[in-house]
Write a protein that binds this ligand. Structure first.
Ligand code: ADP
Ligand code: MG
Length: 199
């Protein structure tokens, strides 16, 4: 069973990983964006960590909805509302249970990813975070480790794609040949699940 502490560890592990990789994320956002993805998420997840410590939500759903709200209010770029929606809707789907099963979490995360697609209008293959998140959710039924690999493969597979959503889409064919920064940060988010589980 996954409790509030697990989800708190997921968020702090994501914050640490985004912090370590911030420069790389910003570098990826430089040829096909505006070079702010690393700093956007670094600021957002640092604020999430502080808020979770201060408000100490005590259910999985409350941890994720609070984290999502904090991202929406702290991150200015496209990724703030998108990641915020992902966590908020996942949290909402978890309800107010004190503990949830792996299967309930998988279903909730799928609801969250669907909400991101509805908000941003991106589908798989559009060269966005969706290209890491959808394969991750599909693999989550197997294990956290499988989800991590699937997300990393999904992020790498965005390189040959032409962007159809977000800032990178303005470049048309010139977006081809660069890995998508948001798919890369989504792979960090999913990889942090393995850390949170202590695997
Ligand atoms: P901005 O583009 O506003 O500078 P960021 O640099 O923080 O925001 O985030 C860019 C990332 O957001 C992209 O790499 C992409 O993965 C993701 N993204 C942008 N628009 C969309 C969208 N409509 N749907 C899903 N993901 C998107
Ligand atoms: Mg950007």
């Amino acid at each position: 069973m996954l409790d509030a502490d697990f989800f708190r560890r997921w968020m702090t592990a994501t914050a640490a990983s985004v912090d370590r990789e911030a420069e790389r994320l910003t570098d990826l956002d430089s040829p096909i964006g505006d070079a702010d993805h690393g700093s956007n998420l670094q600021r957002g997840f640092a604020a999430v960590t502080v808020t979770l410590e201060k408000e100490a939500p005590d259910t999985p759903g409350a941890v994720l909805t609070l984290a999502g709200r904090q991202l929406i209010s702290t991150v200015g770029g496209a990724s703030g509302p998108l990641y915020g929606t992902l966590l908020r809707r996942t949290g909402k789907a978890l309800g107010d249970a004190a503990e949830v099963t792996d299967e309930q979490f998988t279903d909730a995360l799928r609801t969250g990813v669907d909400a991101v697609m509805a908000l941003g209008g991106a589908a798989p293959g559009d060269k966005t975070m969706i290209d890491a998140l959808v394969p991750a959710v599909d693999a989550l039924a197997e294990s956290f480790a499988a989800a991590k690999s699937a997300a990393e493969e999904g992020a790498v597979a965005t390189t040959p794609l032409q962007a159809r959503k977000g800032r990178a889409s303005y470049l048309g064919e010139r977006s081809i040949g660069h890995q998508d920064p948001g798919a890369t940060s989504s792979a960090l988010l999913i990889a942090a699940l393995v850390e949170a589980a202590g695997e």
